[in-house]
Write a protein that binds this ligand. Structure first.
Ligand SMILES: NC(=O)c1ccc[n+]([C@@H]2O[C@H](COP(=O)([O-])OP(=O)(O)OC[C@H]3O[C@@H](n4cnc5c(N)ncnc54)[C@H](O)[C@@H]3O)[C@@H](O)[C@H]2O)c1
Length: 575
């Protein structure tokens, strides 16, 4: 479990503090039920499960009852309500709660290495009982609860009490938490903290010439190797192909003769056997018919199951489709992805999503499948037409607006010359590296999309119908640009961004010649949003900019708001 060492500077960390409910123990559901039972026994209606999870998980019982008394005009006796709730919790639910596996793994790993403490907003008796039932008491040198301090989270008292009792400076404590109240308490205590929900890791994606590293339970390598296929260099052979005797090459029809010659030459030189096919690229070919065709070809060639990886060299369509075939053929064969378009380079090839379009829907069929590795060679971009480069820029603008102001400014100042130079100059390569880093940072804790609030979905709410519409005839990144603008107008109408920030976003999109309007109606865009609600499991979860470089998620965009944004877009474009 060396992954935690990335977060812990062992020279400076002296105490590990674990929140209990939601971090160590899977109790939120049980607390909700116990509160719900309590409130109904007292003749009051309690909040919904969702509201409890979103707003009150991590809040002390004392605070919760007081807030609800105030908000819902109840006059429950705080102490009595808490006592009743604890009684119900202990009687009906405590035997059923279990620890979270991943937290337990951390605890077992660091037990005996560092002192471990539980600091919880719960009552002493309840917390102790829960730990005892699950045989966890032995791991902790101390258990601090709300009964030991004056104020619960988000006040820092619980964590500071731990630091004082064990004579450790707050900055040398590391807190494991799951709720915003807990994070705030750690901040208030001047302690480092880890959001346990985003902490999935067991191992690394490692290496990109040392510049990109990432944590997750998914493991594969990403290499940045310029001129990877040059026969003057052994780097790619030594790093990747040394142990591989044969490969199955799938080459993008957009590659030049010289590029294909160079690729073949590489495998000839290093005496690696290869079969190859040219895949006719284009979104219309990302379909089930071509999946079957490819599987038939693999069968006819007699590809070896483990030792002859597919090497997919091409745009996002090719790497998505080849990755999908690799993930289902014989229940999964290895695949190496080498993107040759900007979209592939900064997005499509570096994650673990594969897919094909189906029934007029983008990526309706697909899988999560990590490649054997991904090789990033930006010299392929030299032959990419400008429209395809600009298409990829749509995704980079997305990252700039929603996550990284510095990237946004880099695009404002050097984006257009980077297109002219096909991203071969230093600033262009900076833009690529920052984008990949940002993208990996977003993917690495959430490869399987267990958390459906993803900021990389910015620009991907309305773009689905825009991209699939025959009226518009837009590429993926072009449709994303239109969506970015519509979403930014919605953000502006909600006072999340200023008029000057909105203008900067529009000007940046315009600067690249990306589209800034749509012929689609508000109804069609709303349908796209509804489809996203299905995809995002019942909630809109739309990321909107909150100033340039920051975000919020919203769940309440309605059709009137979309109509207004479209109207604003037209006026805005006439100005
Ligand atoms: N899996 C993911 O996470 C993910 C993320 C983003 C996008 N995507 C998918 O990626 C696809 C879009 O990818 P794309 O924009 O690369 O499109 P694409 O694969 O269709 O490639 C665009 C065009 O460029 C040509 N081409 C490829 N390499 C070239 C080169 N070096 N020189 C000249 N021409 C070249 C191709 O033949 C094609 O005509 C979409 O289907 C989208 O859904 C997937």
């Amino acid at each position: 479990m060396e992954y935690l060492e990335k977060f812990i500077d062992f020279n400076k960390t002296e105490l590990l503090i674990f929140d209990c409910d939601g971090t160590l123990m899977d109790t939120v559901w049980a607390h909700y039920k116990a509160w719900n039972d309590t409130y109904s026994l007292l003749g009051c209606v309690f909040v919904s499960n969702q509201e409890f999870v979103d707003t009150y998980a991590g809040t002390s019982g004392d605070e919760l009852v007081k807030v609800l008394n105030h908000q819902l005009n109840y006059c429950l006796d705080v102490k009595k309500a808490i006592a009743l709730k604890d009684e119900i919790f202990v009687k009906n639910y405590i035997n059923k709660v279990k620890p979270f596996e991943k937290t337990l793994n951390i605890i077992k790993k660091y037990y005996g290495v560092l002192p471990l403490i539980v600091a919880s907003g719960g009552e002493t008796e309840v917390i102790r009982k829960m730990l005892a039932i699950n045989n966890l008491t032995k791991y902790f040198v101390d258990i601090i609860t709300i009964n030991d301090v004056k104020l619960g989270k988000p006040e820092p008292d619980l964590f500071l009490e731990a630091a004082i009792r064990h004579k450790v400076a707050p900055e040398n404590c590391l807190v494991f938490e799951d709720s915003e109240a807990g994070f705030q308490a750690a901040r208030n205590a001047n302690m480092k903290f880890i959001d346990i929900d985003k902490f999935e890791g067991k191992s690394f994606i490692n290496e990109i010439n040392g510049s990109i590293k990432s944590d997750s339970f998914i493991e594969y390598k990403i290499y940045e190797l310029r001129n990877a296929f040059s026969t003057h260099s052994n780097i790619m052979f030594d790093k990747i192909f040394k142990e591989i005797n044969a490969v199955f090459l799938i080459l993008d029809s957009g590659l030049s003769k010289e590029q294909i010659y160079m690729i073949n030459n590489f495998f000839d030189k290093f005496k690696i056997k290869y079969n190859s096919i040219i895949f006719e690229s284009g979104e219309e070919n990302k379909n089930i018919t071509n999946v079957i065709k490819l599987i038939t070809i693999l069968d006819d060639f007699g590809v070896q199951r483990r030792s002859q990886p597919i090497v997919a060299i091409g745009g996002g369509v090719l790497t998505d489709l080849a990755g999908f075939v690799a993930s289902i053929y014989r229940r999964g064969i290895p695949c190496i992805k080498i993107p040759t378009t900007l979209m592939g380079y900064i997005d499509a090839s570096i994650g673990i999503k594969t897919g094909i379009n189906f029934n007029q829907n983008k990526n309706r069929i697909g899988s999560f499948a990590s490649p054997l590795c991904c090789i990033l060679d930006s010299t392929f971009l030299r032959t990419l037409p400008d429209r395809e480069l600009i298409n990829g820029v749509g995704e980079i603008i997305k990252l700039g607006v929603i996550k990284n102001k510095y990237l946004f400014e880099l695009l404002e100042n050097h984006g257009v010359t980077s297109i002219t130079d096909k991203f071969q100059n230093l600033l262009g390569r900076d833009i690529l590296n920052i984008s990949i880093n940002d993208m990996i940072e977003e993917l690495k804790y959430n490869f399987l999309e267990l958390d459906l609030e993803r900021i990389v979905d910015f620009g991907h709410t309305f773009s689905l119908v825009i991209e699939m519409s025959d009226d518009e005839n837009l590429l993926h990144g072009e449709a994303v640009a239109v969506d970015i603008l519509i979403s930014s107008i919605i953000a502006f109408n909600r006072n999340l961004i200023s008029i000057s920030e909105l203008s900067r976003i529009k000007e940046l999109i315009k600067k690249f010649g990306l589209p800034i309007s749509t012929k689609l109606s508000a109804n069609k865009l709303y349908n796209s949003l509804q489809e996203r609600v299905l995809h995002r499991d019942g909630y809109q979860r739309v990321p909107l900019p909150n100033g340039i470089g920051n975000h919020v998620f919203v769940n309440d965009i309605n059709i009137d708001e979309i109509s207004l944004a479209l109207k604003n877009l037209n006026t805005f474009n006439r100005e």
